[in-house]
Write a new protein. Structure first.
Length: 196
């Protein structure tokens, strides 16, 4: 995770999505609302260094059934640990069960489980993501990259049909990653995959 000078936005399953949510005493209910609040707290990126721009969305334990499209850069979503904070998009006939779609640069995830979805995390064109200390469980695709960049460290992939997939113009770095179950391969062409 990145140390930030800005107060985190808190999300809990018992919270409420109100215009003033996001404090520890009055947390938001959904991660999506937490990300909107984090974007509102971000300072002007033209005057600060990248480390000053990050705002944390601190997500408590529980299961969050959401389909998020993250378009704000320099956001980090931090959970209570894999198996404790679970994000799911479900399985849909058209394959649209995607809880996290990243369409921004420098988006970080830590301490989360992406589970029971068509794709756990989808990273779109020119986007970049870092995922640490997290797990991908029972997805069709654990991680899917389309002309994007991902750095994945200290993560587990369990019982996904495909662990990670990426097209030829993507870059995927895997460090200290454990894949078990049917999806134990990284399906990629022309991708830098570092197994540490």
């Amino acid at each position: 995770t990145v140390t930030s000078n800005w107060a985190p936005v808190y999300v809990e399953t018992y919270g409420n999505d109100t215009p003033s949510c996001g404090t520890k005493r009055l947390p938001c209910r959904t991660i999506g609302t937490g990300i909107i609040r984090a974007a509102q707290r971000q300072p002007d990126p033209f005057y600060l260094t990248p480390s000053d721009e990050f705002v944390t969305v601190q997500v408590g334990p529980g299961t969050y059934n959401e389909q998020l499209i993250i378009t704000t850069s320099f956001i980090q979503v931090v959970g209570a640990g894999p198996g404790n904070t679970i994000i799911t998009g479900g399985h849909q006939a058209d394959g649209s069960g995607i809880p996290i779609t990243v369409a921004a640069r420098e988006v970080y995830f830590d301490g989360l489980t992406f589970a029971d979805s068509d794709t756990g995390v989808w990273v779109g064109q020119s986007a970049s993501v870092m995922i640490t200390n997290s797990s991908f469980v029972d997805n069709l695709n654990g991680l899917l990259l389309a002309s994007a960049y991902a750095f994945v460290r200290s993560c587990t992939f369990t019982n996904n049909q495909y662990g990670a997939q990426a097209n030829a113009s993507s870059r995927l770095h895997l460090w200290d990653v454990n894949m078990t179950g049917p999806g134990t391969e990284v399906d990629s062409v022309g991708v830098t995959a570092d197994h540490g």
